[in-house]
Ligand binder design. Structure first.
Ligand code: BGC
Length: 775
C-alpha cells in the first residue's frame, strides 16, 4: 500500500502512543506507568528494593520467587512449612481457604515471615477471587453483559474488601482472555469476545481491586491472565494449543492486557497453552519482548499453577531442570505451586545458564509489588476479630451491591406477546432444575462462596407476590443433567393450573469453568423434552437460563415465548431476577459475545473478515429448501452453513428491554478525519415504549480497504442511557483516528488513509450507518 505523506508522522505518533495507550481502547483514561514517571514514593520503593537485595542471600532471593500451596508441601507437616518460611524460602502462598482451615496457621506463617525470617519480608497471600469472595457476584461473562464498567468496578471493590479482611492482598483476576468459543468452559470467566469491551471492563475490574491506591489495606493487586492466547484453545478443549497469527494476536488478544497494565495492573499470569507451538510459560517473545520491552511492564509475572512443570508433557522441556531454565529465561518471575526454581536455579547460575542479575530483576519485580501493597505495615488480615470480620464479610451493603449488579446482567433474548414482565395477580408455575439451586447459581470459581448464603429465585418470587398462592412449583427435573422424566407429570399439572409458566433451566455450575468444556452445548439432560411438554399446554411460557456459556437452543427457542439469559447470577441472583421478571426494572444486559445457532458454527464472532463471497439472505439456500439432484451451484455458493445459515442466533451487543428504542439523526462532525484528529459521531435515541429502560448504544466502524483485510465491524465505543417513556437523548461518541489503527504485516501499528463506514447501533448487526474519509 502506498503510504500517505502523513503516514510517517502518524506512525511516529502512534509508536510513541503505544507505550502508554491501548490501541483498541485509545479513548480510555489511563494512568501513566510508574516506570516511566518515577514519583518520590516510587523512588523510595526502588531504593528499598536495592537495600533488600543487597542483604539477601541467593537462597532468600530464590525464596521470593516461590508461590506455594499445600500441594507443594506435605500439608500435615506444618513444622517443615514453618521452617521454610523462617528460612526465607517462600515468597507467598495461594488459595489458602481461610474459612476451612485454621486461620491462625496462616497468621502464624506471616508472623514467622515478618518476625523470624532473615529480612522480615512479608508473605503475599493470593487467591482466585474471581467474581466475589464470600458475597458472590455474577460470573465474569455475566458481569460483562452489563456493559457497565462502574458495576464491574464496584463488584471488584466489594471482593477486595472481603478478601483483604482475611489477609488476601492479591487476586488472580481479571481473566481478560478473548474467546470466540463457547464450548470452552472458561468462557464463563472471560469478559467476552471483543477486545474493546474486554479492555474497558478489564480496566474497571483492575481499578476496583486495586482501588487506585495499592497501599490501602483493602486493595488487592490484580493479575491479568492468561498471557497469552489461552482463550483460543483449539476446539474449545481446555489447556489446548492456540494458533494465533501475530497480527491477530496484537489486534485482538493483547489489547486488554495492554490496557490493564496501563491502568496499573500489577501482575500477569502465564498461559498453560502453547501459543504457535511454544508453551506460553516458556515464551521470551511474550514476557521479554512484548511485556517488558514493548510495554515497559514493571510488576511481576507468575506462572500458572504447575505450568512450569507442564512444559515437560508439552514436549518442550526435557525435565524439571530444563523447565526451570526455560521459564526463568522467558521472564517468569514467580513459580506457582512447583519448586523447580528452588531446586535448580543455584545450579543453573553456577553453570551460567541464569545470572544473578536476572535473579535480582525477578526478585525486584516481586518486591516492588509487595512494597506498593505496603505489606510491611499491613501484613496481617484486616479483620482483627471474628466480630470485625462479621461486619465486613457479606454485609448488607455488599449483598445489595451484588443484587444491583446481577440485575444489570440479565439479557432478554426474546419476548413475544410481552409475556414478560410477569404481572402480579397472575398465577405462575415455576418449573425447572435451577429455580431453587442455591449452589449452581453461584457459578464457577467460588472458593469461599457458600450456597447457604444464596438467595434463590423460588423464594424470591414468593416474597415478591406475598402470601397469595400465585407461585406454584414443581421442579420437573432435579438437576440440569437429570434425564429422569418422573417429575414431568407434576410439572405439567402445575403448568396447566397456572396462567403463565416460568421454566428455569440451563447448566449446573460444574458444566463450565476450568477443565469443563462441552462439545454439545445444548440444554443438558431432559430439559428440552420438558420444555416441549410444557409448551404443549398452550400456556404462555417464559424461560430463564442460567449457564456459564450461551447454549444451543434449537426448537426450545420457538417453544418459549420469552427467554432471559441470567448466566450464573451469584449469591443474590434470586431476588435480582424476581425484580426484573416482575418489571421493577427493565432488563438491560447485552450479549458480550455472539450467541451461536449451534456448536457446529463455532468459532463465531462479529468482528470477522468479509470473505470473497459473503453470505446474505438471498445468496444461499437453506438445507430444507434444496431440491434433489440439483446442479452444484444452483443453491448458491457463499460463506455459510446449509443448516445453520451465516449469522449467529443472536448477535454481539444484542439484548431487548421491556420498552422500545428508536435511533435517528446520525450525524458526523465532519466527513473527513485527519490522521491526528478526531470526529464526533452522534445520534438521537428515543424511548418509544411505555416503560423506563436502559439502552446501550454502540459505536462501530469498518475500514473499507486496508493493506490487510479488515473486520466487517469493530466496536469503538458504547454508552448506556436510561430513558423515560417518550424521552430522547443524543449520544455523542468521539472517535479518534488513533482508534482506527491496526497492525500491518510488518507488525507496525498503522493508520491507513481511506474510506470508513461508521454505525451507531443497538447491536453488531444493525444500526444507523454513515461514512467518512481518513486523510
Ligand atoms: C488456573 C488459574 C488459577 C490458578 C490458581 C489454574 O489452574 O488456570 O486461572 O488462577 O489455577 O488457582
Amino acid at each position: 500500500m502506498k503510504k500517505h505523506p502523513l503516514y510517517i508522522g502518524v506512525m511516529a505518533g502512534l509508536l510513541s502512543l503505544t507505550a502508554t495507550l491501548p490501541l483498541q481502547a485509545a479513548n480510555q483514561t489511563v494512568a501513566p506507568t510508574t516506570l516511566n514517571q518515577p514519583s518520590r514514593q516510587q523512588e523510595a520503593i526502588e531504593s528499598k528494593i536495592q537495600n533488600l537485595l543487597a542483604q539477601m542471600s541467593i537462597q532468600e532471593k530464590i525464596g521470593q520467587l516461590a508461590l506455594r500451596d499445600w500441594g507443594t508441601f506435605d500439608a500435615s507437616d506444618m513444622k517443615s512449612i514453618k521452617q521454610a518460611v523462617r528460612e526465607g524460602r517462600v515468597g507467598g502462598f495461594l488459595n489458602v481457604n481461610f474459612s476451612s482451615v485454621d486461620k491462625n496457621a496462616f497468621e502464624e506463617l506471616q508472623r514467622i515471615a515478618v518476625e523470624e525470617s532473615p529480612l522480615g519480608v512479608p508473605l503475599l497471600f493470593g487467591q482466585d477471587v474471581i467474581h466475589g469472595y464470600e458475597t458472590i457476584f455474577p460470573i465474569p461473562l455475566g458481569q460483562a453483559a452489563s456493559w457497565n464498567p462502574e458495576l464491574i468496578k464496584n463488584g471488584a471493590r466489594v471482593a477486595a474488601q472481603e478478601a483483604s479482611a482475611d489477609g488476601i492482598r492479591w487476586t488472580f483476576a481479571p481473566m481478560i482472555d478473548i474467546s470466540r468459543d463457547p464450548r470452552w468452559g472458561r468462557i464463563a470467566e472471560t469478559l467476552g469476545e471483543d477486545p474493546y469491551l474486554t479492555s474497558t471492563l478489564g480496566v474497571a475490574m483492575v481499578e476496583g481491586f486495586q482501588s487506585g491506591n495499592l497501599a490501602d489495606p483493602t486493595s488487592l493487586a490484580a493479575c491479568g491472565k492468561h498471557f497469552a492466547g489461552y482463550g483460543a484453545a483449539e476446539g474449545g478443549r481446555d489447556y489446548n494449543s492456540a494458533y494465533i497469527p501475530e497480527r491477530l494476536l496484537r489486534d485482538i488478544y493483547l489489547p486488554p492486557f495492554k490496557a490493564s497494565i496501563d491502568a496499573g495492573m500489577q501482575s500477569i499470569m502465564s498461559t498453560y497453552s502453547t501459543l504457535n507451538d511454544v508453551p506460553g510459560t516458556g515464551s521470551p517473545f511474550l514476557f521479554k519482548q512484548v511485556l517488558r520491552e514493548e510495554w515497559g511492564f514493571d510488576g511481576f509475572v507468575v506462572s500458572d499453577w504447575n505450568a512450569v512443570m507442564e512444559m515437560v508433557p508439552h514436549g518442550f522441556a526435557r525435565d524439571a531442570k530444563h523447565a526451570a531454565t526455560l521459564a526463568a529465561n522467558a521472564g517468569i518471575d514467580m513459580e506457582m505451586h512447583t519448586d523447580t526454581y528452588e531446586q535448580f536455579l543455584p545450579q543453573l547460575m553456577d553453570e551460567g545458564q541464569f545470572s544473578e542479575a536476572q535473579l535480582d530483576t525477578a526478585v525486584a519485580n516481586i518486591l516492588r509489588v509487595k512494597l506498593r501493597l505496603d505489606l510491611w505495615n499491613h501484613p496481617y488480615p484486616r479483620a482483627k476479630s471474628k466480630a470485625e470480620r462479621a461486619q465486613i464479610i457479606r454485609n448488607d451493603q455488599f449483598r445489595d451491591t451484588a443484587k444491583a449488579a446481577a440485575k444489570e446482567t440479565f439479557v432478554l433474548l426474546k419476548n413475544d406477546n410481552r409475556v414478560l414482565p410477569l404481572k402480579k395477580g397472575q398465577s405462575v408455575a415455576v418449573i425447572g432444575p435451577l429455580a431453587d439451586a442455591a449452589h449452581d447459581q453461584l457459578g464457577t470459581w467460588i472458593y469461599n462462596g457458600d450456597k447457604k448464603h444464596s438467595r434463590t429465585l423460588l423464594p424470591a418470587l414468593r416474597e415478591m407476590v406475598g402470601d397469595t398462592g400465585e407461585i406454584l412449583y414443581a421442579a420437573g427435573l432435579d438437576y440440569s443433567r437429570d434425564t429422569r422424566t418422573r417429575g414431568f407429570k407434576a410439572a405439567i399439572k402445575a403448568a396447566k393450573k397456572a396462567d403463565v409458566v416460568l421454566f428455569v433451566g440451563g447448566e449446573e455450575a460444574i458444566l463450565s469453568g476450568e477443565g469443563h468444556s462441552r462439545g454439545d452445548i445444548r440444554l443438558p439432560g431432559a430439559q428440552a423434552e420438558l420444555v416441549a411438554e410444557l409448551s404443549k399446554t398452550g400456556k404462555p411460557l417464559a424461560m430463564v437460563l442460567m449457564a456459564g456459556r450461551p447454549l444451543q437452543l434449537d426448537q426450545t427457542l420457538q417453544q418459549a415465548d420469552a427467554v432471559m439469559m441470567a448466566w450464573h447470577p451469584g449469591t443474590m441472583g434470586g431476588p435480582a431476577l424476581a425484580d426484573v421478571l416482575y418489571g421493577e426494572t427493565s432488563p438491560s444486559g447485552r450479549l458480550p459475545l455472539s450467541w451461536p445457532v449451534g456448536a457446529g458454527q463455532i468459532p463465531i464472532y462479529y468482528n470477522h473478515l468479509a470473505t470473497g463471497r459473503p453470505a446474505s439472505e438471498d445468496n444461499y439456500t437453506r438445507i430444507e429448501k434444496i431440491g434433489r439432484e440439483v446442479f452444484q451451484h444452483q443453491p448458491g455458493n457463499s460463506s455459510n452453513l446449509l443448516d445453520y445459515g451465516h449469522k449467529p442466533l443472536f448477535p454481539f451487543g444484542y439484548g431487548l428491554t421491556y420498552s422500545e428504542f428508536e435511533y435517528s439523526d446520525l450525524e458526523l462532525s465532519d466527513t473527513t478525519l485527519d490522521a491526528n484528529g478526531q470526529l464526533t459521531v452522534s445520534a438521537t435515541i428515543t424511548n418509544t415504549g411505555k416503560t423506563a429502560a436502559t439502552e446501550t448504544a454502540q459505536l462501530y466502524v469498518r475500514d473499507q480497504v486496508g493493506s490487510v483485510s479488515r473486520p466487517v465491524r469493530e466496536l469503538k465505543g458504547f454508552e448506556r442511557l436510561t430513558l423515560e417513556p417518550g424521552e430522547s437523548r443524543q449520544v455523542n461518541f468521539s472517535l479518534k483516528a488513533s482508534q482506527l489503527a491496526f497492525h500491518n504485516t510488518d507488525m507496525e501499528a498503522v493508520i491507513e488513509p481511506g474510506e470508513f463506514r461508521v454505525w451507531i447501533a443497538p447491536n453488531a448487526e444493525s444500526g444507523l450507518e454513515a461514512g467518512f474519509t481518513l486523510r
